[in-house]
Write a protein that binds this ligand. Structure first.
Ligand code: COA
Length: 176
């Protein structure tokens, strides 16, 4: 377990899949997290389990509130071993927690974990240009917007830019 001021991060459990089933079938959660709308498919419980619990290409954890109730998920993928870099993703799936500092807290303790325990050198993140809440949370933690992939996302009938953010371990650890 990793403890923050507002959140706790722990490895995923099978029982978390019920919450995943709700979140990943929620149009609003999907709208912000992937920029895709409408949903392509309604995911079955088996697909959810296969995709999120048994997917060996990513390291995924649960985000809990301080009462140990699950509210979201965070993880990393695209690990480059020689460069010691990876890409992080985060979804606060329970919408009642949005915009109250939970995502920033979870991301902060996760970065500490990745830089100090996993010894990563660089962490990337991306989102689309309309996701201001995500962009603000990333920038508060010291992520720098390093590039724009022009019209790389299609959101509600419009092409939107994807923004790529990055932070180095020296920058994060210096910030404290
Ligand atoms: C993106 C996400 C992780 C951010 O976590 P969060 O707990 O909601 O965000 P925080 O409260 O920590 O920080 C959000 C910042 O945006 C601001 N904000 C909140 N709602 C906003 C809105 N609707 N529009 C603009 N800014 C907003 C907050 O005031 C805060 O900034 P401040 O501290 O300077 O005031 C979370 O909202 C989420 O999971 N959303 C759905 C999925 C998603 O977008 N995932 C990431 C994209 S890949």
């Amino acid at each position: 377990m990793i403890n923050g001021n507002k959140t706790i991060i722990r490895p995923l459990e099978e029982e978390d899949m019920e919450a995943f089933y709700q979140w990943y079938n929620d149009p609003e959660v999907n709208y912000w997290s992937s920029g895709s709308w409408p949903l392509n498919t309604l995911l079955s419980k088996e697909e959810i389990q296969d995709r999120y619990l048994e997917n060996s290409d990513e390291h995924r954890y649960a985000i809990l509130n301080l009462d140990k109730e699950i509210m979201g998920t965070i993880g990393f993928r695209e690990v480059n071993i020689p460069a010691r870099s990876a890409t992080v993703f985060i979804v606060i799936g329970n919408k009642q927690y949005w915009g109250q500092g939970y995502g920033t807290d979870a991301l902060k303790i996760f970065l500490q974990f990745l830089f100090q325990q996993w010894n990563f050198h660089r962490i990337s993140l991306d989102t689309w240009d309309g996701n201001i809440r995500a962009i603000k949370a990333y920038q508060k933690l010291g992520f720098i917007c390093e590039g724009k992939l022009r019209e790389a996302r299609f959101v509600q009938g419009e092409y939107r830019d994807a923004l790529v953010f990055g932070i180095l371990s020296s920058e994060f650890l210096k910030k404290g």
